[in-house]
Design a protein around this ligand. Structure first.
Ligand code: SF4
Length: 384
């Protein structure tokens, strides 16, 4: 008997932790950024419209089943009814059941993320039809989004973005990483600063919410300042709705790992990356309504966020207060954040004594400089 399942991939932006993930493409069209291993070895594939519609129908089937059960049973019982042999569902069907149940409970069926890495590449009319069908089957959905590479986005006109918005695609995410062409070349990103600006401006003109991602440190020590200043210039030209910070770390297994062993790339220290973020914020036009946000565990300062036009100085002060702390305190916070805590540097007194002791021991035992950076990176690599 045919299974009632839908495709789900692994990667999504943090914003979509509770969203329904619907896979309309597989893997990445480019797959050559030399810091990225997310889709290595995977072949890019566009899924057919009828396959996508079938997935939407199957997701709607579980929605109807679960909503009906929720009217008659408590949540634990509804959960159990979708798992184990008694459910009469295959393993994959049980997974789809639990995904839809979580989506109903955690998100109220409001947001959908269309996977994978560059789904905007699908022919506009097909993408519009898929999104319209999704909205028809799930009238509760308010936000539909996907990732798009800057070069692909730049091929779309303002009219294309308006059509996509009218169909229901009202949010886009793009890993710009840097607004500096030399850094983009170093990363083998395959995009340019001009493509970023053209795409971002058209997306904004169409009224689509735009998330621009920036990677402090990705140009290494030599290009750190230009990475900050030129990324701020791109943001100034677009005024994205969100400027999301994703601190750069060289990942083993990525081509950048080998480059970083040679003379052409010197990785910034943890504190240098923070200085770079400060420089970037300093160069943002104070008239931007853009919201800067540090919403990833890989960033050092978790509470760094705010609207540029109202909170720019507050964000700079927050960084400066940390930079003015005694080095010992900075190091204690750095290692606690890199090891496991989600605390801010102002909340160190919340850390239990036994953990604090371990933190102090590590600071005592690890000399500042290369040894210290090695230790921090070792922990940081767990997050990428
Ligand atoms: S475009 Fe994104 S997913 Fe594709 S290789 Fe580059 S960073 Fe990785």
């Amino acid at each position: 008997m045919e299974q009632r399942t839908f495709h789900v991939g692994n990667i999504r932006p943090p914003f979509h932790a509770a969203s329904l993930l619907l896979q309309i493409t597989e893997n990445c069209t480019w797959n050559k950024c030399n810091f990225c291993t997310l889709y290595r070895g995977g072949q890019f594939k566009m899924r057919q419209l009828d396959e996508i519609k079938q997935d939407i129908d199957n997701a709607a089937y579980y929605r109807d089943l679960i909503v009906e059960r929720m009217q008659n049973y408590d949540l634990q019982t509804v959960k159990k009814m979708g798992s184990g042999f008694a459910s009469k569902l295959t393993r994959n069907e049980q997974l789809c059941y639990s995904i839809i149940l979580n989506w109903i409970v955690a998100d109220g069926m409001k947001t959908v993320f269309l996977q994978d890495a560059n789904s905007i590449v699908i022919k506009k009319d097909i993408l519009c039809e898929a999104v319209k069908y999704l909205k028809e089957k799930f009238p509760t959905v308010e936000t539909v989004s996907c990732y798009g590479r800057a070069d692909t986005l730049a091929r779309l006109s303002s009219g294309d973005f308006r059509d996509l918005k009218a169909a229901g695609l009202n949010m886009l995410h793009s890993g710009y990483e840097s607004g500096c062409d030399d850094v983009l070349a170093l990363l083998n990103k395959g995009t340019t600063r001009q493509q970023q600006i053209d795409a971002g401006q058209r997306i904004k003109e169409a009224g689509i919410t735009f998330n621009m991602f920036y990677m402090p440190g990705c140009g290494g020590r030599a290009l750190s300042r230009r990475n900050a200043v030129e990324t701020a210039e791109v943001a100034n030209a677009i005024d994205p709705d969100f400027l999301r910070i994703r601190t750069f770390v060289v990942k083993s297994g990525a081509p950048m790992w080998d480059i970083a062993q040679g003379p052409d790339f010197e990785e910034c220290s943890d504190m240098e990356k923070l200085h770079e973020i400060r420089t970037m914020i300093e160069h943002l036009d104070p008239k931007l309504s853009c919201y800067v946000i540090s919403d990833h565990i890989i960033n050092l300062l978790p509470l760094l966020e705010g609207h540029v036009n109202t909170d720019k100085q507050k964000m700079l002060d927050y960084i400066d207060t940390f930079l003015a702390l005694p080095e010992r305190q900075q190091r204690e916070f750095q290692i606690s954040r890199r090891m496991w805590t989600n605390h801010d540097y102002t909340e160190m007194d919340l850390i239990p004594d036994q953990y604090m002791q371990k933190i102090r021991d590590l600071v005592d035992q690890t000399p500042a400089g290369e040894e210290w950076e090695k230790l921090l990176r070792q922990y940081l690599r767990n997050y990428i």
